[in-house]
Design a protein around this ligand. Structure first.
Ligand code: ACO
Length: 335
């Protein structure tokens, strides 16, 4: 069964509540209508109820009336969630007045709903920037126990017949969040990517932490960082099939692996590539997407205490539909 078929089936069987802060926006409301029509999740739309109703009418949507609509600007709603924001941020100098102002912002309101247990996940970013979505999630939802660094993974679906990864499916991380990870952060990114692989992509992880060196072939402080990250990741998750430092060819091409890293248990057959910096990760996923014709699904934020997904501002309604399904699947694994 194809990945999306499996995820769709799982979402339908375990309906989760997904909040969409950009509730009156055309692509969001269209995706929400399709999700409700297919009964894949319960939807909470944030925004002005009249504006949302007008938009639904204009677009001729027929299932959206099953969504819950909440207005973050409504005083009653602010009264409900501002105390939670105040509790979470008072040690950062936030006053109750600040808390009320932040709560009225739809991104913060959505994260507060998730934190309060009134929603299982949030999808946003068709209008807001990545930084804005991430900051709200960092401040309110925070990281899961044992993890300090949130990062972003892409599921890369390579063209049919590709010999790489698991039947052409690979995970790339971090491609979206941490500009210059230190060794500890890199190790966390690797461990979280393995979890993403198991939970959302349904594959057994084989993780390569990449460098421009394979097993000591080059000496440089950046190589040292990857060696140290590999050591820490082994300490964090001793059961994980993971290795570094590896060049990309040693990580994914068996014949090169047998020459450059013959002792490695994952070299030549890695299905998760962990990049040493955001520059490399972001550039690499876009190159593979555009030049190799892969479908890039994500970024899936990993390491948060509850799922939040950031959309690309260039997304279409179908991307939001798929992201809601992925986020619902992440939420199923939270339980
Ligand atoms: N994981 C967990 N918490 C974090 C992380 C992280 N990776 N980064 C920052 N935080 C927390 C901080 O600890 C801090 O918490 P506190 O306020 O409770 O003390 C809070 O978030 C704000 O931290 P800052 O250092 O002030 O973070 P800043 O706002 O400067 O930047 C951001 C964070 C927005 C994620 C920044 O790292 C960033 O811009 N990253 C790149 C995002 C991006 O543009 N990606 C490329 C596009 S996406 C794409 O192409 C798919």
């Amino acid at each position: 069964m194809e990945l999306f078929e499996r995820l769709t089936k799982r979402a339908k069987a375990n309906r989760r509540r997904i909040v969409l802060p950009e509730g009156a926006e055309t692509r969001n409301i269209t995706a929400a209508d399709h999700i409700l029509a297919d009964e894949l999740a319960d939807i909470i739309l944030l925004g002005n109820p009249e504006e949302i109703a007008d938009k639904a009418k204009e677009l001729g949507l027929t299932h959206i009336n099953r969504a819950t609509v909440l207005d973050p600007a409504d005083e009653k709603n602010i009264d409900k969630y501002a105390p939670l924001f105040f509790e979470l941020r008072k040690n950062k100098g936030v006053t109750m007045e600040d808390a009320r102002r932040f709560t009225a912002n739809e991104l913060y309101f959505g994260c507060l709903m998730v934190k309060a247990g009134d929603a299982d996940g949030m999808v946003s970013g068709a209008i807001h920037t990545t930084g804005d979505v991430l900051r709200a999630a960092f401040q309110i939802i925070k990281t899961e126990p044992g993890i300090n660094t949130v990062s972003g993974a892409f599921i890369m679906l390579l063209p049919e017949g590709s010999p790489y990864g698991s039947n052409g499916l690979m995970i790339f991380a971090d491609c979206a969040v941490v500009p210059d990870p230190d060794a500890h952060q890199l190790a966390e990114i690797a461990v979280c990517a393995a979890r993403t692989a198991r939970e959302v992509a349904d594959i057994d992880p084989r993780v390569a932490i990449l460098s421009f060196s394979t097993k000591g072939s080059a000496k440089h402080e950046r190589v040292d960082k990857v060696i140290e990250a590999t050591r820490i990741a082994h300490e964090m998750a001793p059961e994980l099939h993971l290795d570094g430092e590896l060049q990309t060819d040693a990580a994914i091409v068996p014949v090169v692996a047998s020459l450059k890293a013959p002792q490695s248990d994952i070299a030549g057959r890695a299905n998760i590539l962990v990049f040493p910096s955001l520059e490399v990760g972001n550039i690499a996923y876009k190159l593979v997407q555009r030049i190799a014709g892969a479908e890039a699904v994500g970024p899936l934020l990993q390491g948060l205490a509850a799922p939040v997904s950031d959309l690309s501002r260039g997304c279409v309604a179908d991307d939001i539909y798929k992201t809601i399904i992925m986020t619902a699947n992440q939420a199923i694994h939270e339980d």
